[in-house]
Design a protein around this ligand. Structure first.
Ligand code: BES
Ligand code: ZN
Length: 622
């Protein structure tokens, strides 16, 4: 009996893997690569549009309403599997008529739960009635005290990488693209913004409608609700910010319109009509997030001297690399970020000149070398490849500076090989030919070889395989050069060798980037030197978040206690993970510092977004 069963199974296996089924499975040119971080059966049945109807409840901290998904059932299947995480599902309707059966699968902390919905091969829409939970990993509900104005509550989302599923049931992999529309109701004292066409004024009844008519991936779904005003910064750009922050923000981001114009000159028309930025409260866990038509940004870039605006160039560049041509899975993340850093530097060079770009690039190389060394020390060599293997892991853990900086330097190698004109022509064509489509690493290499690197000699010189499928930095890595920073290099040598006192560094003409290079380069710091520097340059009190973070790193290493009250204030006020992680990591190294950090964290944690507190919980082993 057992034998016959085995034989039957084997036969079925043979038929299904060599027979017409298998051929059919590969035959659809709509098929996407397997996505290790999504439960969705998107190669059987694909979501093409989502309509949302949501209410914001600032008492309960939940969104509730429905999501109606239009589907294309390529393979005539009877089940639609969506990604969800911490959603309460009330009911599900097919074609806005009949209730249908559904079930939630087993829950994973990272991936959430598959929502399995019974459908008919002829079903056109699936409407899910649901509400989010206060602990939704994407959403942060802020009390008025956590805003600048202190009068109104605030809500914002962060969907990348796989958090969209915690506020919208969807096929939550970057390869799936859909259009959307939404109706959102809130208190009339607040405005609702989404990654779509936005009104710039509050609506008297608190109701807002949105259209996103170009297809986007789920990680670009975004919402922000708060007391926000708007000011235009040019033909198709503008800034939303809380009333008290608006004029400062507009001043800081004065270069936005010229960034858009420069980007268009470099890589072709801006596809999304309007480009606005919303300045969020300080708990926003990232520097910026490239939500289409509306970049979300941390207020820590409002430094008062326009020195941190390259972040806007970066998020704007994603309007091409990422939002138009999208990494197919999170393993291909470098296609989003590496291209974007490269593009960002080209915009910065065009607007602020070559010496400015050179400083950014040299700082980027410093970050990259540190990241690679850390990953190697932790035995995570495979995370230093451009092409990642994040199967079974939270993608958030594997998305490091490597994708950004190693990706950028690889593209720099290609540029150096073929020359800027040819490379730019290639990139223009790449964005034009692949717009609104997912791109795999393999697909990119194919285009690189058939459209740009045509000879064996060029391919050998570029050595794409070592960059993409190998560890660390290949031999042909460019060596960044910056005359501006050479000057700082000399200051560092004099300081470290005690030739000059800490207060005698010639900082005239120093910009934020000189300071960062200096602080990162100083190797022989002592508490006395820190105190002397602090007297001369007031570094503990700096309003520049990037400089503050590097200064506090020294303070922890030197146990320079005068900076601790400032650091405490910083850790409580700012929720940007890029600053928090390195500080808490250093604090966790000694018993005394860890004790101090745990006390601070007790006060700070309630103000952080889930993205940040989940990382810091790990650092502090909570
Ligand atoms: N898309 C990223 C942010 C992101 C990446 C969120 C992966 C979640 C998962 C955004 O474009 C970004 O890179 N932001 C950087 C700033 C940039 C100038 C390097 C940041 O937030 O620090
Ligand atoms: Zn980015």
């Amino acid at each position: 009996m057992k034998i016959t069963l085995n034989v039957i199974c084997l036969l079925l296996l043979v038929i299904s893997s060599c027979g017409p089924f298998e051929k059919d499975r590969k035959a659809l040119d709509t098929d996407l690569a397997k996505d290790a971080h999504s439960y969705a059966n998107f190669n059987d049945v694909r979501v093409s549009h989502i309509s949302l109807d949501l209410d914001t409840d600032f008492e309960k901290n939940i969104l509730s309403g429905w999501a109606e998904l239009s589907i294309v059932n390529y393979r005539g299947v009877k089940e639609l599997i969506l990604d969800t995480r911490d959603l309460d599902i009330d009911s599900v309707k097919l074609d806005n008529e009949s209730l249908t059966k559904y079930s939630l699968g087993e829950a994973s902390d990272v991936f959430g739960q598959p929502l399995k919905i019974k459908i008919q091969p002829t079903s056109k829409t699936v409407k899910v009635y649901y509400s989010t939970r206060p602990e939704s990993a994407a959403l942060q509900w802020l009390t008025p005290e956590q805003t600048f104005g202190k009068k109104h509550p605030f809500l914002f989302s962060q969907s990348q990488a796989i958090l969209a599923r915690s506020w919208v049931p969807c096929q939550d992999g970057p390869g799936v693209k859909f259009t959307y529309d939404a109706k959102v109701k809130t208190d009339p004292s607040l405005i609702v913004l989404m990654s779509a066409e936005n009104k710039t004024e509050k609506s008297p009844d608190g109701e807002y409608t949105f259209q996103m008519t170009q297809p986007i991936s789920s990680y670009l779904l975004a919402i922000a609700v708060g007391d926000l005003n708007y000011q235009s910064t040019g033909r198709n750009s503008g800034v939303f910010a809380e009333p008290d922050m608006l004029s400062k923000s507009v001043w800081e981001l004065q270069s936005m319109q010229s960034m858009i114009d420069s980007a268009e000159q470099l890589y072709g028309p801006y596809a999304w009509e309007q480009y606005d930025v919303v300045i969020l409260p300080p708990s926003f866990p990232f520097g910026g997030m490239e939500n289409p038509r509306l970049t979300f940004a941390t207020p820590t870039i409002i430094a008062g001297d326009r020195s941190l605006v390259s972040l806007i160039a970066h998020e704007l560049a994603h309007s091409w690399s990422g939002n138009l041509v999208t990494n197919e899975t999170w393993d291909d993340f470098w296609l989003n970020e590496g291209f974007t850093v490269y593009f960002e530097q080209r915009i910065m060079e065009k607007i602020f000149g070559k010496p400015y770009e050179e400083m950014l690039t040299k700082l980027g190389m410093g970050d990259l070398v540190n990241t690679i060394n850390e990953l190697e020390e932790e035995g995570k060599s495979a995370d230093t490849y451009l092409y990642l293997n994040l199967e079974g892991r939270d993608p958030d853990d594997g998305l490091t500076d490597v994708a950004y900086e190693k990706g950028r330097f690889f593209l720099q190698v290609v540029e150096n090989e073929v020359g800027r004109d040819l490379f730019d022509a290639f990139l223009n064509e790449y964005f034009e030919n692949n717009k609104f489509k997912p791109m795999s690493t393999e697909g990119f290499i194919g285009q690189l070889y058939s459209n740009l690197l045509l000879t064996d000699e060029q391919r050998l010189a570029v050595d794409a395989d070592s960059w993409i499928f190998g560890p660390g930095l290949p031999d042909n890595v460019p060596v960044p050069f910056s005359k501006e920073l050479d000057r700082v290099e000399e200051d560092i040598a004099k300081f470290d060798n005690d030739i000059i006192a800490a207060s005698q560094i010639d900082t005239s003409g120093y910009t934020t980037h000189h300071w960062l290079y200096l602080l990162r380069g100083l190797k022989k710091m002592t508490p006395e030197k820190m105190s002397e520097m602090d007297k001369a340059y007031k570094l503990s009190e700096t309003g520049n978040s990037e400089i503050a973070c590097d200064w506090f790193k020294h303070a922890i290493e030197q146990n320079y206690k005068s900076a601790y009250p400032y650091m405490e204030e910083f850790l409580i006020r700012v929720g940007r993970r890029k600053f928090l992680s390195p500080l808490y990591e250093r604090l966790a190294q000694t018993e005394d510092n860890k004790k101090w950090a745990l006390e601070v964290y007790k006060k700070a944690r309630p103000g952080y977004h889930a993205v940040s507190y989940n990382s810091i919980d790990d650092v502090l082993e909570l």
